[in-house]
Design a protein. Structure first.
Length: 333
């Protein structure tokens, strides 16, 4: 081949966009007809899919299960999307209760997870089916997973559907991944577990219930207070170590939560009232110790002379300044 012909061929390849990879097709071997601009970073999707500032818009054409959907790109080609960072219970395979903390490895536990997997799938159908959604990707994760599915966050009207599955108690955080929102997703799962929301209230118990027998979570629209830890059994003799008996509260909201005048009580009606000025910053915690000490730095002391929380099981009840129940959390010994 002459030098001039080689240069001409090389130029033709560059202009055709073929330098460094095969020509993209619409998934069935045809060249895409949509000539919209391609994103500046690889997305492993048809280059005819129009990039948006926050991702790629697609239409949801099928819901496989709670965390997997089929989508159609603007050029007509189709793809399967696995939601990043979350894992809903299986509906097409056997569930492993060990993947969901607190769910017993029994037939009842597996059956309960299956029911909540069905509920997660139904939720996805109601929220996503036929909708135009936005896909975005994670810099710490490949664009496609082991099974060739696109790994993405799904946004509906600007809200993260992935994250919403966690707050609704319909999924756990997917731990076999280094995605960039691991900490935030872990906090969301912890709040759902701590408030017995969704599958956690139904399945993470010695006596798993059906999907219709849901435990009582924080009231919808109520304060974002949650219980992150109940440490009822102090080391050694409880009576001699009251400062090792405590309850830790967290604020899952975006604003400071004022607890002035709120109360904490047990089944025996021992009651502690939060002093004026008590507050928890967003994503902050506050620990209430049974014994005596100096309040401050996220620590409060009840000043009791004997244990309050029963080692064999009790109920933590939190009421606001109006006396309305905000949290009612049972625990077993």
């Amino acid at each position: 081949m002459s030098g001039a012909r080689a240069v001409a061929l090389c130029l033709l390849l560059v202009l055709a966009g073929c330098g460094g990879g095969p020509v993209a097709t619409d998934g069935e071997g045809r060249m895409p007809t949509d000539t919209a601009a391609t994103p500046s970073t690889a997305i492993d999707a048809p280059p005819s899919a129009t990039p948006k500032p926050d991702g790629i818009e697609v239409e949801v054409i099928d819901v496989v299960d709670g965390d997997t959907i089929d989508v159609r790109y603007p050029n007509g080609s189709e793809d399967t999307v696995r939601l990043l960072g979350v894992d809903t219970p299986e509906v097409h395979a056997e569930n492993d209760p060990a993947e969901f903390p607190g769910v017993p490895e029994t037939d009842a536990g597996r059956n309960c997870l299956r029911e909540w997997g069905e509920r997660a799938s139904q939720h996805a159908k109601e929220e996503l089916m036929g909708e135009t959604v936005t896909l975005s990707f994670d810099e710490n994760e490949p664009r496609r997973g082991y099974y060739g599915r696109l790994l993405a966050y799904v946004h509906v009207d600007g809200d993260s559907f992935n994250y919403g599955l966690l707050t609704a108690g319909l999924a756990r955080r997917y731990d076999s991944s280094n995605f960039q929102y691991r900490e935030r997703y872990g906090t969301a799962e912890g709040i759902a577990r701590g408030t017995d929301t969704g599958l956690w209230g139904a399945c993470a118990t010695d006596d798993p219930r059906t999907a219709t027998e849901t435990a009582i979570p924080i009231a919808d629209g109520g304060p974002p207070l949650w219980i992150s830890e109940i440490h009822a059994d102090a080391a050694g003799d409880d009576r001699e170590n009251l400062d090792d008996e405590y309850v830790t509260f967290g604020n899952a909201g975006n604003e400071t939560l004022d607890l002035s005048g709120w109360t904490v009580s047990d089944e025996a009606d021992h009651t502690y009232t939060f002093p004026d000025g008590t507050a928890i910053e967003p994503n902050g915690t506050l620990t209430l110790y049974t014994g005596s000490g100096d309040d401050g730095d996220g620590e409060l002391y009840w000043g009791q002379g004997s244990p309050v929380w029963n080692n064999g099981g009790d109920t933590v009840i939190v009421r606001n300044e109006s006396g309305d129940v905000v949290i009612e959390r049972e625990y077993d010994g």
